[in-house]
Design a protein around this ligand. Structure first.
Ligand SMILES: NC(=O)c1ccc[n+]([C@@H]2O[C@H](COP(=O)([O-])OP(=O)(O)OC[C@H]3O[C@@H](n4cnc5c(N)ncnc54)[C@H](O)[C@@H]3O)[C@@H](O)[C@H]2O)c1
Length: 343
């Protein structure tokens, strides 16, 4: 049984808390948040871009409730600290938790800067503890199956791939940190990083990025919309769009259209259609998808790794650093109007 303390009870803290609670190999024994209402079980103010119909008032009896994270780190019964704090706080608290001897699961993006990532990686190494970064799209059923389809070679090589992730403007975060580029990294680093990381995972780190976008439309000084062409000199042609500048009524969607030599694979989460493979021979196939969503699957995987005392073979902290490095190159490309070399 892995005993977990969740640090930060917002959109993702609530998500992780509920995922862990459904996993019989895990016991959430503690929560930490600086908001006393959340520690009293009033979660009515928690927002997000994915509908969540779970109770707004939560029974937290039996849990250890800590306001300062230092008390969570000092609890000798906590094996793992699961950090779902705003991005600008990840490095500070991940390092402190690791130094206190805890394994750490931390939400993506790993940090706000590459220096943050380096501090976290060094702290994990020095403390000989495991560090997992929750890049959930690597575990998301449609994206997992797409990668398997590509890797199988059954439909030949990828010719071109387009990914998208579009959201209403995130106005729900604690202290409005998401709309402050200095604290969130804005739409590229917070939202679009899901696709950048997936592109790295499937195609490798690109040689360069060409990006254009919109700065400061809804956030303080951040890139709120981006379109990036990831350059692979020997192919394929890969493009991703990310934006959070959309009106509230739009909600959220993500998806892809991948053209292989012998088939096209498409998915858009709100089309109502499952992931679909259209073959050149005229067949339309809908492969079976794993039943766990990406949040459930990634957290189960990290807990399994902790149980075995091993790092992840699906996403490493170095992978998460690379995703941030490419995103920062995309930001530079938007702001300078020049292609930026990466790999
Ligand atoms: N994987 C995904 O799909 C996904 C989706 C949304 C957010 N995220 C990531 O999850 C992280 C959290 O985002 P969120 O949307 O849940 O944020 P949020 O604003 O909803 O919640 C943050 C919580 O942290 C608490 N907090 C802030 N500073 C604290 C401190 N010093 N000590 C204790 N508690 C503190 C706040 O009170 C709040 O409850 C971010 O890194 C974000 O990028 C990932």
């Amino acid at each position: 049984m892995v005993r977990i303390g969740v640090l930060g009870v917002g959109f993702m803290g609530k998500m992780h808390f509920n995922c862990h609670r459904a996993n019989p190999r895990v016991k959430v024994i503690a929560l930490s948040d600086l908001d006393p209402k959340k520690l009293a079980g009033d979660w009515s103010m928690i927002g997000g871009n994915i509908a969540d119909k779970r109770a707004a008032q939560v029974d937290l009896s039996g849990l250890r409730l800590y306001a300062p994270p230092s008390e969570l780190f000092a609890d000798p019964d906590v094996d793992v600290v699961d950090i779902t704090l705003p991005t600008f706080s990840h490095a500070e608290y991940a390092v402190a938790a690791l130094e206190a001897g805890k394994h750490v699961i931390c939400e993506k993006p790993m940090g706000i800067s590459l220096a943050d990532c380096d501090r976290m990686i060094a702290a994990a190494k020095a403390a000989r503890r495991l560090l997992f970064i929750a890049h959930c799209i690597r575990f998301w059923p449609d994206y997992k199956v797409l990668r398997q389809i590509i890797a199988s070679g059954k439909y030949g090589k990828v010719v071109s791939a387009t990914f998208w992730r579009k959201s209403l403007t995130p106005t729900w975060s604690w202290d409005n940190w998401l709309l402050d580029a200095k604290r969130s990294g804005s739409a590229i680093v917070d939202l679009h990083i899901h696709d950048t990381d997936y592109v790295n995972y499937v195609f490798g780190v690109p040689a360069a990025v060409c990006s254009s976008g919109v700065v400061g439309a809804v956030s303080k000084g951040g890139v709120d919309a981006v379109v990036t062409h990831y350059i692979y000199p020997r192919g394929p042609h890969v493009v991703a769009e990310g934006t959070w500048a959309l009106a509230p009524g739009f909600g959220f969607t993500h998806g892809f259209c991948v053209v292989l030599e012998k088939a096209t694979v498409e998915m858009d989460c709100r089309s109502g259609k499952p992931l679909t493979v259209h073959t050149l021979k005229g067949k339309t196939l809908t492969p079976r998808l794993p039943k766990d969503d990406g949040y459930v699957a990634e957290l189960k995987h990290f807990v399994d790794c902790i149980g075995k005392g091993k790092g992840s073979d699906i996403v490493t902290a170095e992978d998460a650093r690379k995703a941030l490095a490419v995103c920062l190159a995309e930001e530079e490309a938007v702001k300078t109007g020049q292609a930026v070399t990466v790999g």
